[in-house]
Write a protein that binds this ligand. Structure first.
Ligand SMILES: NC(=O)c1ccc[n+]([C@@H]2O[C@H](COP(=O)([O-])OP(=O)(O)OC[C@H]3O[C@@H](n4cnc5c(N)ncnc54)[C@H](OP(=O)(O)O)[C@@H]3O)[C@@H](O)[C@H]2O)c1
Length: 292
């Protein structure tokens, strides 16, 4: 295979807007590779590489934060009106920079309910939930912004510190069964790695505005929970039928069960050649088990 020079270089500076679960994993990974990364948070903290950005309070980063920035990753969800908080506060600032790339973490919720069928980037979005309409609106804002934006659609994110193990340990687990219901998921390390892979190979790969990052094996939540109980050497409680559990679930938890889809990663993993670290929940959860 021909090797192309990486399109990243050590002078690149990353701003990670929204340093939550995925943002902090990305920051850690990119720094390990020798790149500079500053991260935003809504409140002051002691981390010297962190700055404050809070769109709700109109607190925006100072000029110095943007010096030399070449790459931005936004991990911030839509605001309550369905507008993108970053574009709402910083669009003109971003346009004044010499940015090479902006990544936006979106969700596969924009595809809506496919009743268990596979769905790919070629399928038109059909959001069902209000929050997914808001998300689609943010994607549209990014695409129409004139900025070099790339959108990553993500299913349920898990990883060390945020997985079914925590739900079991904190006694927040609900063992629910719903016939033929599947979920797609992605390990947080694969989000970072896939993005870095695409950035490294940006000069040789065709640019796609929208890319799904999902693992190979959508499956029922019950299988995942059973696997975690097995790893812990504990007995899984008897599953409750969704119809019986429904009333007790919060509206948001209920809404997740109303959508059933298998998210395809063919564009990322076949066309673009990314190799997943955690291609299914078993490998990914073993990693969580060993690191939590
Ligand atoms: N969790 C999932 O399973 C999942 C699945 C698919 C897609 N997504 C989406 O993918 C993205 C990353 O997910 P995640 O779970 O890693 O996110 P997360 O841990 O919830 O982090 C979200 C970040 O956004 C920041 N933020 C929120 N509102 C803000 C505002 N108004 N101004 C400035 N910053 C704001 C938060 O700041 P603070 O650090 O100050 O709280 C936090 O750092 C999110 O957009 C999420 O909705 C999540």
């Amino acid at each position: 295979m021909k090797h192309f020079a990486s399109s990243l270089n050590k002078k690149n500076k990353f701003l990670i807007l929204g340093c939550g679960f995925s943002g902090s994993f990305f920051a850690k990974t990119i720094r390990k590779l020798g790149y500079t990364a500053l991260t935003s948070s809504r409140s002051e903290n002691k981390d010297p590489n962190s700055f404050v950005f809070n769109s709700d309070k109109g607190v925006i980063p100072d000029k110095k934060t943007f010096d030399g920035v070449t790459h931005i990753l936004s991990c911030i969800p839509p605001d309550k009106n369905g507008k993108d908080p970053v574009l709402g506060s910083l669009k003109n600032k971003l346009k004044s920079l010499s940015l090479e790339w902006i990544g936006y973490l979106s969700t596969t919720g924009v595809y809506g309910n496919t009743k268990g069928d596979w769905v790919s980037e070629n399928d038109p979005p059909k959001p069902c939930q209000k929050r997914s309409h808001k998300r689609l609106n943010c994607e549209k804002e990014w695409i129409e912004s004139g900025l070099p934006a790339q959108i990553f659609r993500l299913p349920g994110i898990y990883g060390p510190g945020r997985s079914t193990f925590e739900a079991i340990r904190n006694k927040k687990i609900r063992v629910i069964s719903k016939k033929n219901q599947v979920f797609s998921r992605i390990h947080v390390a694969d989000i970072s790695n896939a993005i870095i892979y695409l950035l490294h190979n940006k000069n040789s790969l065709k640019f796609h505005k929208i890319i799904n990052i999902a693992d190979d094996e959508p499956c029922s939540q019950l299988e995942v929970i059973q696997y975690c109980y097995d790893l812990l050497g504990l007995r899984m409680p008897k599953p409750i039928l969704f119809e019986d559990a429904k009333e007790e679930l919060s509206p948001i938890a209920q809404s997740f069960w109303m959508e059933n889809r298998r998210v395809s990663n063919k564009l990322l993993c076949e066309t673009l050649g990314y190799k997943l670290i955690y291609k299914n929940y078993k490998i990914g959860l073993k990693n969580c088990y060993l690191n939590s």
